[in-house]
Design a protein around this ligand. Structure first.
Ligand SMILES: *Cc1c(COP(=O)(O)O)cnc(C)c1O
Length: 462
């Protein structure tokens, strides 16, 4: 028998280090007071381990940093653009690619080029910027996630799948002419990165093609999704992540991408597609928003880093480590009796704060309370995904809570080590042990829109 370690080690070593923000309990209490218990209002230097988001927070490799020195900053026809384009085409095989400075501008250009007000764009789950960009064009964003995806505790390999029965009936109900596009988000960000199966992509593609409806992938985490397919779906064990990604994209007509995720860069994105006419419309719309089509809001050196990142992200040992790391953290939480969304996804672990803190009613935001408490005891920054973010106000003035009161710990790519995750696991276990001491929170300032970003809270008196 050959040596088989019980976990996937970081497949890299550290060349450049950055100190963590080390603070005392007293300092963190002052910070929390100043930030109104809202982790979005804390300065990064006051954070020990930052799990606020996995977007744009990853570490670049030595190969990426050195490629940046080759950046060609020509306004038109930059050599760096062609390197970047070649990598996008190698993976997606789409005919056309437009660079953008991040994912949401790819969305803005795509939906702004459609001119189809009143129509509906279904998806498994639209990300919030995607939804906003669809709604800005007078269209409706519609989520058709499979039922399994809506139950946090239910184990299922592909909780990000789109419900094809619902898609079929939506098409019958509103008519093909009212559906300019179908989208699938891989992995499904809304659920912490739950994957979409190849079978589901194939089936959605078949339905779209039979109706001549374009099918686009929101591809932010395409490599993590490809690895989940390799690990969980029959027939893919012996395929490389690149081959799997190529097959995923072969079912679609185009994609939007935030390279701040699986592009392994801190800024960047793109829009890709096959259709010549749509491409020309997007290109025309792009010039006044993002810039000339061979740089699109990016520097030549950004495109160099991205061209390398797109190759590195499909490395199998990297992806194995990435997914196992997140699973490892989830297992530690479960061992400490902390309820989490199961199975763990590709980029985050969600704690069910509502279930962990039953003494805090949803009106006192258990996710935000746990988030503030966790920062107080440990310096770890996370964010609430619950009723502060998602509660909706009804016409009669009543409020419908979010379906679940969650705390999200998103893991930046290639940034934290196993020992950092062990620290997180110990801090969360401590919080769970002392949960009776955690009080609810109440607004002292409630912004009218996107309230989670700027809101301020106080602890509720016990
Ligand atoms: C991050 C993200 C976006 C938006 O990308 P930005 O680079 O933040 O503009 C769109 N869709 C999904 C699924 C995302 O995770």
């Amino acid at each position: 028998m050959s040596f088989q370690p019980t976990f996937a080690i970081e497949p890299f070593r550290i060349k450049s280090v950055e100190p963590l923000g080390i603070t005392t309990l007293e300092q963190r209490r002052t910070v929390l007071e100043r930030a109104g218990l809202n982790t979005f209002l804390i300065r990064a230097e006051e954070v020990l381990i930052d799990l606020l988001t996995d977007s744009g927070t990853g570490a670049m490799s030595a190969a990426q940093w050195s490629a940046m020195m080759l950046g060609d900053e020509s306004y038109a026809g930059s050599r760096s653009f062609f390197k970047f384009e070649a990598q996008v085409k190698r993976i997606t095989r789409f005919r056309h690619m437009l660079p953008t400075h991040q994912g949401r501008s790819a969305e803005n250009i795509l939906f702004g080029s459609m001119q189809r007000p009143g129509s509906i764009i279904p998806s498994n789950s639209h990300f919030d910027t995607t939804r906003a960009n669809i709604e800005l064009q007078g269209m409706e964003a519609c989520d058709l996630l499979v039922e399994e995806g809506k139950h946090p505790m239910l184990e299922h390999p592909f909780k990000g799948n789109l419900d094809v029965v619902k898609l079929d009936s939506l098409i019958t109900e509103v008519g093909v002419s009212h559906i300019p596009m179908v989208m699938i988000t891989v992995t499904n960000n809304a659920g912490g990165g739950q994957p979409v199966s190849m079978a589901n992509l194939r089936e959605v593609s078949r339905i779209c093609r039979s109706h001549k409806i374009p099918f686009f992938i929101d591809a932010c985490r395409f490599a993590e999704n490809a690895m989940f397919i390799k690990l969980r779906e029959g027939g893919y064990q012996d395929k490389t992540p690149l081959e799997i990604a190529q097959e995923m994209f072969s079912y679609a007509d185009g994609c939007t991408m935030s390279a701040k995720k699986d592009g392994l860069v801190n800024i960047g994105g793109f829009l890709a597609m096959n259709d010549q006419d749509l491409y020309e419309r997007c290109r025309n719309r792009m010039v006044p928003i993002e810039g000339f089509p061979t740089y699109g809001g990016l520097a030549g050196y950004d495109m160099e880093a991205l061209a390398v990142g797109l190759q590195e992200v499909l490395d199998e040992s990297y992806l194995r480590y990435r997914l196992e790391n997140i699973e490892y953290l989830g297992k530690k939480f479960l061992a400490a009796g902390v309820p989490i969304v199961r199975p763990t996804g590709g980029h985050a672990v969600f704690i069910d704060a509502g279930a962990l803190l039953p003494h805090i009613p949803w009106q006192q935001f258990p996710g935000t309370a746990l988030c503030a408490y966790l920062y107080e005891i440990s310096g770890i920054r996370s964010c609430e995904i619950g009723s502060v973010l998602f509660a909706s106000k009804n016409r009669d003035g009543s409020v419908t809570p979010a379906p679940n009161e969650l705390l999200r710990l998103a893991i930046p790519r290639r940034v934290y080590t196993h020992s950092h995750l062990d620290y997180v696991a110990e801090a969360v276990a401590y919080a769970a042990e002392h949960k009776k001491k955690i009080r609810g929170v109440a607004f002292t300032y409630e912004p009218p829109v996107l309230r989670h970003f700027m809101a301020r809270f106080k602890w509720v008196e016990s």
